[in-house]
Design a protein around this ligand. Structure first.
Ligand code: ADP
Ligand code: MG
Length: 216
């Protein structure tokens, strides 16, 4: 079983994320009110709406150009840490996809790994710091290991999804060392990190999309 993903597919995935974020307004705002300054949903929603609004145009681009334009939207449209961090991740994806016509399981893994590395570098944070990294990092590790072990994608893609969900959930027990939750007396302990939740949504939707595209 394998898959390929082109720019049109990727923008279809982005539209699904846009819908999921829009539908999660109350929950994300509520959890961000507990640990952050309450604007994470607004930031993510603004970013994905702007990108989804360009879906037709971006679908026609080569992968690398599409990733670059997505990154530029995040940086120009979204305020807050998430705009810069997602922007850096997508600019890195653009660099890593130069010359690629489509994504396959190997190149997608390389790109996702590059994206998480860009986020860690830009925000000077690491796994365990109670951020969005805690959802994407374990997902990418699971993906990478699964490819090395030649795990069937019908098993691997759901495992990647689960790693992101578990990673976001695990932020409940973490103490914030970056971002606004750090400035709170309890450093956000017992509260899930909103950025990790929205990141886990994206990984889950991406994996579900790819599971739907798997073919022998
Ligand atoms: P801001 O923190 O500027 O208000 P947002 O509210 O949009 O930006 O995003 C908050 C989320 O960003 C947090 O929940 C956390 O997951 C993530 N985040 C904050 N700082 C960092 C960092 N240095 N590295 C990685 N992720 C971070
Ligand atoms: Mg905020």
């Amino acid at each position: 079983m394998t898959f390929t993903m082109n720019s049109r597919d990727y923008m279809q995935y982005v539209k699904l994320v846009c819908k999921k974020i829009a539908d999660s307004k109350d929950y994300i705002s509520e959890i961000d009110a507990a640990t952050g300054d309450g604007d994470h949903w607004v930031n993510m929603n603004m970013g994905f709406e702007a990108i989804a609004a360009s879906a037709e145009e971006f679908s026609e681009m080569r992968l690398s150009e599409m990733f670059k334009q997505i990154g530029k939207k995040f940086i120009s449209v979204v305020g807050g840490s998430s705009g810069v961090l997602y922007g850096s991740a997508y600019i890195e994806a653009a660099k890593l996809s130069a010359n690629l016509e489509v994504l396959d399981e190997t190149s997608l893994c390389t790109i996702l790994e590059g994206m998480v590395n860009a986020i860690m570098m830009r925000g000077n944070a690491k796994p365990g710091d109670k951020t969005m990294i805690d959802a994407i990092y374990p997902a990418v590790q699971t993906y990478k290991l699964g490819l090395q072990e030649k795990t069937d994608l019908t098993m691997l893609l759901p495992a990647v999804k689960q790693a992101a969900i578990d990673g976001a959930e695990a932020t409940k027990n973490m103490t914030a060392v970056k971002g606004r939750a750090y400035y709170q007396a309890d450093k956000g302990i017992h509260h899930i990190d909103p950025g990790a939740v929205t990141m886990s949504y994206q990984i889950c939707i991406l994996m579900d999309y790819l599971i739907g595209k798997l073919e022998a």
